[in-house]
Ligand binder design. Structure first.
Ligand SMILES: Nc1nc2c(c(=O)[nH]1)N[C@H]1C(S)=C(S)[C@@H](COP(=O)(O)OP(=O)(O)OC[C@H]3O[C@@H](n4cnc5c(N)ncnc54)[C@H](O)[C@@H]3O)O[C@H]1N2
Ligand code: MOO
Length: 431
C-alpha cells in the first residue's frame, strides 16, 4: 500500500470509529474488526527503519531488500550420490586412489576423467570435468580394477549441475519476507553473513495499580500482578523487542510518572495496563490528553476488553503509539490481540495474520451488541469453548489454543467462527 492509500484508508477508518454517537450515548466504541484495521493502518503509516544484522539476529524480522543470489547454487557441478563418476559407456577402468570427497582438495579441481574411466565419489563432491554420469554405489560392481553398472546408465544422472537452484543475481526472496529459520538456512547457503532487515518494534510496558503484589499469595485486598509476567513474553512472541516492564502507582505521583514515561519514552509503542476505565484513579485518559495524544481507538465493542484504547503521539510517519490495555487480565489479553498485535505486526513490516474460521462445538451465548472473544481448545474438527472466560480470569485462556470471535447475539453449534491462534499454539512461532 502506498503512503497515500494508507493515509486515506486510515482517515476513513478513523472517521468511522471515532466519536460515533450512539443514541444511548453508551460509548464511542469501535467495532472489533474496525479497531483491528485501525491499529494495523496506524502501524503501516509509520516510516520504516532498517538495519544490517548478523544472520542469527535477523530471525523474526522482515527483509528490507530482496535476498539475491550472491553466486550460482550449487557453485560447482556436484555429485548427488555416493558412488562413481564415470565418463562414456562402461565398463570403466577404476582410477586408483581414495576417490573424491566433499570439500576442497589441495590440488584444487579433481583431475578430468578420461573416456572409459571411473573414480569413486562422495555425495556433495565436485564432479571431475568430462564426467557423463554418477552411478550409485549400490548400482555398480567392481572387479579386477574394472567397474560394471548393474542398471542402465543415463547421461547426467545423479549430477547436480552448477546453478541448478539459482544463478548469480537471481532473486531468492522478495523484500518484505519474514526471516524464518528456513530463510536463515537459505541465506547461509547463499553465502550471506548479514541481512538487511526492519528492526523489531520496541515496546515499553507500564503496569498501573496500587493493589498489585509481586510475590506471595493474594491477601488483604491485594492481588498478584498477573500482567507483568505475561505481557513481556507474549509481546516478545509476537515480534516486539521489550525494553522494560515497570510498575506505577495509582496515586498522583503515579499519574505524573505515567505522563513522564509516556512522553519521554524512546519506545515505538508504550503498552499500559489498568486505569483505562472511568474510576477516580484511572489516569490513562487524562494523561494522554495532557500529553497531546490523538486517540485513534477509544473503546472497542468487544467483551472482555471494551475500555481498551490506542493513541498516537506525534505525526503519522514518525509518531509513537500508546496501547492502553484494561486491567482485568483477560480484558488485557483481548486488547493485546485486538490492538497491540495488528499494530506491532504492521510496525514490524509483517503481513497481518491470515484469517480463518472453525466450526464451534455447542451454542455460544453472545453479547447483545458487542463481539465476544472466548478461549477455545482446537480439535481436528472444532473450536471447543472453555469455561472460566470472565474478564478477570486467566484460567480459560491458560488452557486454550485460541480465542474464538463470537458475533453479537452469539453462535449456534456448528457455526464457523474466526479463531485467533495464541502464539504458542499456532505453528510459526519461533521468536
Ligand atoms: N464505571 C465503569 N467501571 C468500569 C467499566 C466501565 O465501563 N464503567 N469498565 C469495566 C471493565 S469492562 C473493565 S475491563 C475494567 C477496566 O479497568 P481499568 O483498565 O481501569 O483497570 P483497573 O481499574 O486498574 O483494574 C481493573 C481490574 O483489574 C485488576 N488488575 C489491574 N491490573 C492488574 C494486574 N497487573 N494483574 C492482575 N489484575 C490486575 C484490578 O485489580 C481490577 O480488579 O473496568 C471496569 N469498570
Ligand atoms: O470488558 Mo471488561 O473489559 O469486562 O473486562
Amino acid at each position: 500500500m502506498t503512503r497515500t492509500d494508507a493515509d486515506g484508508a486510515l482517515d476513513e477508518a478513523l472517521a468511522l470509529v471515532s466519536r460515533a454517537t450512539p443514541e444511548d450515548g453508551a460509548h464511542r466504541a469501535s467495532a472489533w474488526q474496525r479497531a483491528r484495521e485501525t491499529a494495523a493502518l496506524a502501524g503501516t503509516t509509520v516510516r520504516a527503519r532498517g538495519h544490517r544484522v548478523p544472520l542469527a539476529d535477523a530471525l523474526g524480522e522482515v527483509l528490507t531488500t530482496s535476498l539475491d543470489a550472491l553466486g550460482d547454487l550449487p557453485s560447482f557441478d556436484t555429485s548427488a550420490m555416493d558412488g562413481w563418476a564415470v565418463a562414456g559407456p562402461g565398463p570403466w577402468t577404476v582410477r586408483p586412489g581414495d576417490g573424491i570427497l566433499a570439500g576442497g582438495t589441495a590440488e584444487g579441481s579433481p583431475a578430468p576423467l578420461a573416456d572409459g574411466e571411473a573414480v569413486r565419489i562422495a555425495t556433495g563432491a565436485r564432479i571431475p570435468a568430462d564426467t557423463t554420469a554418477v552411478i550409485r554405489s549400490e548400482h555398480a560392481r567392481e572387479a579386477g580394477g574394472q567397474l560394471y553398472a548393474t542398471r542402465t546408465v543415463s547421461t547426467g544422472q545423479d549430477i547436480r549441475p552448477r546453478g541448478q537452484e539459482c544463478r548469480s543475481g537471481d532473486p531468492l526472496l522478495p523484500a518484505g519476507s519474514l526471516v524464518t529459520p528456513a530463510v536463515l538456512g537459505l541465506a547461509a547457503a547463499a553465502g550471506y553473513d548479514e541481512l538487511s532487515t526492519r528492526p523489531r518494534p520496541r515496546v515499553e510496558i507500564l503496569v498501573l495499580g496500587d493493589e498489585l503484589l509481586t510475590e506471595g499469595r493474594p491477601h488483604d485486598g491485594l492481588i498478584r500482578d498477573a500482567l507483568s509476567p505475561m505481557l513481556g513474553p507474549w509481546l516478545t512472541r509476537i515480534g516486539a523487542e521489550v525494553l522494560s516492564t515497570r510498575r506505577l502507582g495509582d496515586d498522583p505521583a503515579g499519574a505524573e510518572a505515567l505522563f513522564q514515561a509516556i512522553t519521554g519514552s524512546t519506545a515505538d509503542v508504550v503498552v499500559t495496563t489498568g486505569g483505562t476505565a472511568s474510576g477516580p484513579v484511572d489516569h490513562v485518559h487524562p494523561v494522554l490528553e495532557r500529553a497531546g495524544a490523538e486517540l485513534l481507538v477509544d473503546g472497542v465493542a468487544v467483551r472482555p476488553g471494551h475500555p481498551m484504547l490506542l493513541a498516537r503521539l506525534g505525526d503519522r510517519t514518525d509518531g509513537r503509539h500508546v496501547v492502553g490495555l484494561p486491567g482485568n487480565p483477560l480484558a488485557a489479553v483481548s486488547g493485546l490481540l485486538t490492538l497491540a498485535e495488528p499494530l506491532l505486526r504492521a510496525l514490524a513490516g509483517r503481513r497481518q495474520r491470515p484469517r480463518y474460521a472453525v466450526p464451534v462445538q455447542g451454542d455460544v451465548p453472545g453479547h447483545p451488541h458487542d463481539t465476544r472473544l472466548v478461549p477455545v481448545l482446537l480439535t481436528d474438527e472444532h473450536a471447543v469453548p472453555l469455561r472460566y472466560n470472565g474478564p478477570a480470569m486467566l484460567r480459560g485462556v491458560a488452557a486454550a489454543d485460541a480465542l474464538a470471535v463470537v458475533p453479537p447475539h452469539g453462535a449456534r453449534s456448528g457455526q464457523e467462527l474466526e479463531v485467533l491462534d495464541l502464539p504458542w499454539a499456532a505453528g510459526g512461532c519461533f521468536t
